[in-house]
Every structure is written in structure tokens, then in C-alpha cells.
Design a protein around this ligand. Structure first.
Ligand SMILES: [Zn+2]
Length: 76
């Protein structure tokens, strides 16, 4: 089996216009549960259920993270 067919670890996923997580064009968009959305409406900070990394230019979602460490970091 050729080595090139194995997806290398650490290779960032890129959207169709070539941006990867960490680039200025890729924004973190927290997703909230229904209850979390309600809490936000009342001015209470809620912990997101997931964080999406989305390209602002083409709108492609590169990654969705539900890692508790990531979510807690978003909760401030
Ligand atoms: Zn893009």
C-alpha cells in the first residue's frame, strides 16, 4: 500500500478556498442547546454544547468539536 494514501496526522483540514482552523477567515461558532439559547436571551452565559469552526468566506464547516476542554474554554 502506498504511504501517500495514509492520511497524515496533524494535517489541517482545509475548506474549498484553502483556509484551515486557526486562520483569520475561520471563525469559532459556539452552538447552544435550546435551554442554553434561552439562558443567553436572559443574559445568562451558557456553556455551548459544541463549537463549530466555519469559514467566513465559503461557509464550509471544517470541524465541530464537543471536547469538554474546548467548550469550557468558550464559557466565560
Ligand atoms: Zn472557505
Amino acid at each position: 500500500m502506498p504511504k501517500s494514501e495514509i492520511r497524515s496526522e496533524g494535517e489541517p483540514r482545509r475548506c474549498r478556498c484553502g483556509y484551515a482552523k486557526g486562520d483569520g477567515m475561520v471563525v469559532e461558532e459556539p452552538r447552544y442547546s435550546f435551554g442554553g439559547t434561552l439562558a443567553l436571551l436572559f443574559g445568562i452565559t451558557a456553556r455551548p454544547i459544541a463549537v463549530r469552526y466555519q469559514c467566513r468566506k465559503c461557509g464550509q464547516v471544517l470541524e465541530e468539536s464537543t471536547d469538554p476542554a474546548v467548550l469550557t474554554a468558550r464559557h466565560d
